[in-house]
Design a protein around this ligand. Structure first.
Ligand code: ATP
Length: 389
């Protein structure tokens, strides 16, 4: 176990023509002892490069990485007491599972052979692969190879596990099973783990905290639910959640007794409390999650109701994904679309006119230029319901 700190860590690659690529830009994260941190972001955002710098497989251009307050920038990978699991498994094809698992211990420690054997057997049992110990990787399924690769990392009992998309070669069902199993193992071993994925479902379900990267810069570090309900900016709000949060461009208009967000096709009135928070931006972006939009067949009756037409419905079984259009009376303006999710048993037809309700306590507002979150939705927490003293 070890506390792992990244302090302003930067990686600049220089291409053959002298062009510089900033792959990781001043990233700072404190990872607690025993924590499961997921690094997530779109392809090319710098996740693998960050992990490889922690592993010692890539040099650091500037900044510091430390394990338990000891700076490890210049310590070679093999002396860092870190074990890495790759997407490709990287097993030695000519060695048996037993040899693959014991190889690292034989190379990096002076542990006696019988102790190594004992540890390999114990770990194999923990991973449910004891029957496979004498097979070679070519004789194993993808899922079994993945277990061996994890077992090989676990047997070393390192201070930190680094995992780079370790489940992405598995089919969806096996991936879901391994997700749960990995979480259970990590809790049992209590070893600090940094896990890279581009899959936001993995990030949301596995991490104690997630660190969201975009274009080499850290956007937010927080618990999965924090990032979902209290995104720091537009990028995080759009990245976390499936289907994504809807974004509607607006202009802020203050009238005598009301503040209005004027979207292309409708006006949305906001309370004084929210208006104060957005006063820095003349063109805030209104965000609303699909599950927070209400749809009814009744005509609009509330100031947060908007008339809309159902464009397409995608039935998913448990829920329907509904594509709604706010229609314009002015034919030169394009209809604006948003996505809502509703219960799977509710029946609507495409082309049907409905009322979309956008509840004020579920809206998010972002700065029109910087994308920074100015207001996040209200949460029904025990704390918020407690009487205010
Ligand atoms: P993916 O999910 O696709 O693996 P990633 O988030 O892990 O992406 P990185 O592999 O860390 O992203 O790459 C970050 C950026 O650095 C990308 O723009 C990539 O092209 C660039 N990059 C990575 N390795 C090198 C290299 N050796 N030389 C030059 N540029 C590189």
């Amino acid at each position: 176990m070890a506390q792992t700190k990244l302090n302003d860590v930067t990686k600049v690659f220089t291409e053959d023509d002298g062009n510089e690529i900033v792959a990781v830009d001043e990233v700072s994260i404190d990872i607690d002892d025993g924590e499961f941190l997921v690094l997530v972001g779109p392809s090319g955002c710098g996740k693998s490069t960050t992990l490889r710098m922690v592993a010692g497989l890539e040099s650091i251009s500037s900044g510091e990485i430390s394990l338990d307050d000891r700076v490890i920038n210049d310590i070679p990978a093999k002396n860092r007491d870190i074990a890495m699991v790759f997407q490709s498994y990287a097993l030695y094809p000519h060695m048996t599972v037993r040899e693959n698992m014991s190889f690292g211990l034989e190379e990096s420690t002076d542990m006696p052979d019988d102790e190594i054997d004992e540890r390999v057997e114990e770990t194999a049992e923990m991973m449910g692969i004891e029957e496979l110990l004498d097979r070679k990787p070519g004789e194993l399924s993808g899922g079994q190879q993945q277990r061996v690769a994890l077992g090989r990392a676990i047997v070393r009992d390192p201070s930190v596990f680094l995992m780079d998309e370790p489940l992405s070669n598995l089919d969806a069902k096996l991936r879901a099973e391994m997700r749960t199993e990995l979480q259970r193992l990590q809790e049992e071993l209590d070893t600090t783990t940094v896990y890279v994925t581009h899959d936001q479902t993995e990030a949301m379900t596995m991490g104690d905290r997630v660190a969201i990267l975009n274009d080499g810069t850290l956007q937010q570090v927080g618990t999965p639910l924090d990032c979902y309900h209290r995104p720091a900016n537009l990028f995080v709000a759009g990245f976390v959640g499936e289907p994504s949060m809807n974004f509607i461009d607006t202009d802020l208009h203050s009238e005598a007794d009301e503040t209005i967000l004027q979207a292309d096709l409708f006006d949305y009135s906001i309370s004084d409390e929210i208006a104060t928070k957005v006063s820095d931006s003349s063109d805030p972006v209104l965000g609303i999650r699909p599950e927070d939009i209400g749809i009814s067949e009744d005509p609009p009756s509330d100031k947060h109701d908007v008339a809309a037409t159902i464009d397409v419905i995608e039935p998913m079984g448990d829920e329907n994904i509904v594509y709604l259009q706010f229609d314009s009376e002015d034919s030169s303006r394009e209809a604006e679309s948003i996505i809502a999710t509703i219960g799977g048993m509710r029946q609507f037809e495409s082309g049907q006119t409905v009322t979309a309700h956008i509840p004020e306590d579920a809206i998010h507002l972002f700065h029109g230029e910087t994308g920074e979150a100015l207001h996040n939705r209200r949460l029904e927490t025990a704390e918020s319901q407690a009487p205010q003293l």
